[in-house]
Write a protein that binds this ligand. Structure first.
Ligand code: PXP
Length: 253
């Protein structure tokens, strides 16, 4: 299914990072979610990490209770996170690989290698009517694994592409973008809903947003950083506009 309107999920983790630097209640991730919603976000994404370095259990409870947009809970494939997801029943759960020592989610999930570990988790989340997404590298083997696990959605990791853009390595950028294009097309053909995210900015979002097979982008760190300079409302609106322009141009091409 190719979505004419590309959805934007705003990841608010780093509002919590700033709040936690002082341990109080400000800035409030729920307030950020409301501003993002008013500025054109279609969903809110939050990653409850094992070490609770940014989003906390109380944030997930508050977001589930107080926002109108669909909540996408990013979670590691653990019993603890499964229990939390089943308790709050977010609209979606995106299963991500998690290593305590990493700064951010540095690679995709090995859905193929971890089939037996993931299968009951995907089944239980799906049984609770939570839309399961697997955060994977743009790789056919991982797409096939998502299908065999019965996950309806995959999110393609755009981090390597984003790094190549920053490095100014055009050859590598083109190669990595082509890989995302191919994975989006293959995923769609397999019946998966395809999302993408990680490391997206005003400068690199266009070529990804233009890929017609991609239904949703999840963007966080850059938007929250940019909000320091221009405000969150303005940052989300600009991202939304860039995504829409690129999608229109992609559909017209
Ligand atoms: N999608 C997933 C699955 C993620 O883990 C993250 C980072 O938490 C993002 C999207 C957003 O990445 P960024 O913060 O770099 O925009």
């Amino acid at each position: 299914m190719s979505a004419a309107r590309l959805r934007l999920g705003v990841n608010i983790d780093h509002v919590a990072t700033i709040r936690n630097a002082r341990g109080g209640a400000h800035p409030d991730p729920v307030k950020a979610a409301r501003i993002a919603a008013a500025a054109g976000a279609d969903g809110i994404t939050a990653h409850l990490r094992e070490d609770r370095r940014h989003i906390t259990d109380a944030d997930i409870a508050a977001l589930s209770r107080d926002i109108d947009l669909p909540l996408n809970l990013e979670m590691a494939a653990t019993d603890e996170m499964l229990e939390i997801a089943l308790r709050h029943r977010p609209h979606a759960a995106c299963i991500v690989p998690e290593r305590r020592e990493e700064r951010t989610t540095e690679g995709g999930l090995d859905a193929a290698g971890q089939h037996n570990h993931l299968a009951p988790l995907v089944r239980m989340l799906g049984g609770a009517r939570i839309r399961v997404s697997l955060f994977i590298e743009p790789d056919v083997r991982q797409l096939e694994a998502a299908v065999s696990l019965g996950a309806p959605v995959v999110e393609l990791h755009t981090g390597a592409y984003a790094h190549a853009v920053i490095d100014g390595d055009t050859e590598r950028t083109d190669m990595l973008l082509a890989r995302i294009v191919a994975a989006a097309e293959a995923g769609q053909k397999m019946g998966l809903e395809v999302h993408a995210g990680h490391g997206l900015t005003f400068d690199n979002v266009g070529p990804v947003a233009a890929i017609p097979g991609i239904a949703e982008l999840n963007i966080g760190h850059f938007l929250i950083g940019e909000a320091i300079f221009s405000g969150l409302d303005s940052a989300v609106r600009r991202m939304r506009a860039l995504m829409d322009q690129a999608r229109q141009a992609g559909l017209a091409a």
